[in-house]
Write a protein of this length. Sequence first.
Length: 345
Amino acid sequence: MNTKNIDTLNIFLILISLVLAYFLPFELFLFSYAVLGPLHYATEISWLDKKNYFVHTKKWVIIFLLFCIIISIPSLLRLPFINQINNLPFFKNIGVSISKYKTNIILITFLLSIGLIYIQKVKTIIFYLLFCIAISYVILSKFSFSVILVGVFLPTIIHVYLFTLLFMVYGTMGSKSKTGSIAIILMILCPFIIANLNISLESYLFSKTIHRYYIASGMDNLNRSIALFFDSVNSNQFQLISKIGVKIQIFIAFCYTYHYLNWFSKTSIIGWNRNISKTRISIILIIWLTSILLYWYNYKVGLSALFFLSMLHVFLEFPLNITTIKAIVKRMLFIPKVKEINIKK
């Protein structure tokens, strides 16, 4: 597919994601997260690995892996077959301590990504990592809003909406596609369209099973955080099934669904499927099918088991996110000899 056809396809995918999110905000999110999500994680991580994660020295990405393992421990301890271990005081304290510093680890990883794009010397990277640890403590302790921004929004809404939008902007700036510009404008308008929807709460009465699954996903915390961030309600007043609650959920379902579909729509441009070994394809398919089976068996089990993979793909994408922002700014400022993001083979 050429660029124009892909841009046209993405306009359609934006619209279909928005319509489905309007009619099935909770069901669509649960489906997309369980079925499209794991395939996206596996294929993107594979592609990022082929691109050396867009950093100077690939070996330092092991830090991302270690950080991701650490913050995944509380989630893994909730799995049924090790849940009894979690009840032991020692493991319970570990889970609480890790959860307490989860936001710090996310911010440290993001800041470290910036350094790994520019720094090559080992000693400099070590000193920079120590700087990231110190500055993350200062930011999160001095600016209260940064806790929600980093701990809740960065790995969720910022990842699936803002960074997706930035990738679209970067691609369109290069191709100068009018169709791509329309897709970007439509993407920007979607939150405003959703905010001004005239909805009837009677149309959003979902089953107890759907409600249980959504609460199990922990995403209701994101709904609440978005409402609090925009001062719509206070914590005690927020209701998931309310006009503001449903509109927020429509936005969340739209963002996640289109984020996944956008990735797969650009396969021919990104080329994550090119020159991929049969072994790697087999691993990706095994991960994907196992993930679906876990979600089908018990959605909460699927969430706990896949939390590591979900966060790992977020962490590993940070250098690409930063490189994209850097490239967009340089193009906007008309800085010559801009190093292009090598997304193709």
